[in-house]
Design a protein around this ligand. Sequence first.
Ligand code: AMP
Length: 200
Amino acid sequence: MSIQRVTVYAASSQALEPDYISAAGRLGKCLADAGLTVVYGGGSHGLMGAMADAALAAGGQVHGIIPEFLTQVEKGHQGLTSLEIVDNMRTRKARMLENSDAVVTLPGGCGTFEELFEAMTLKRLGQYLGPIILVNTNGYYDKLLAFLDQSVREHFMSKTHFDMWQSVAEPEQVMAALGSAPKWSRENIGQAAVRARKPA
Ligand code: AMP
């Protein structure tokens, strides 16, 4: 599958260390340089804003999707290629994933976690098939990756599900990770439920 549109999940926080902001900007540039269209939450703050600004500065196409109520609190990014205003967070989340060929997750808080876990859950159920790449800046996601590991070890998920996501340390590794992500198909729904183990 050729990748043209990438959905990026990322922090809204404006209080982050420079390493995180730098990684967000570098990701935006890498995606734009590769000619990919970026889809994201439409905000102008935090890692979202840094990623979008850098993608635009590199000549990329950036499509934002923001719920109406959030435009009253913050304006949404005004310089985007296109900004779509939707009714609520649920529609936004669905729209961000529709027609998207891949997901890239920068460090973030609960909003980012929710988006990431929805993409993983839909992938487990064969409803979303693209790569899911975590950008693990400064090991931010180490504990999350360890927890996912534990959930497989304790049979809440199966080893097959390890193929659903990959993590990279640097944004410059994202394009290679997108290219080498294990294939996933609708048939994977057959492994969605972890079956009972045979008695030892
Ligand atoms: P968080 O990681 O909790 O800051 O949430 C960021 C994620 O949730 C982003 O990927 C957005 O899609 C969405 N989001 C949360 N807050 C905002 C906001 N103020 N503006 C735009 N999107 C937001």
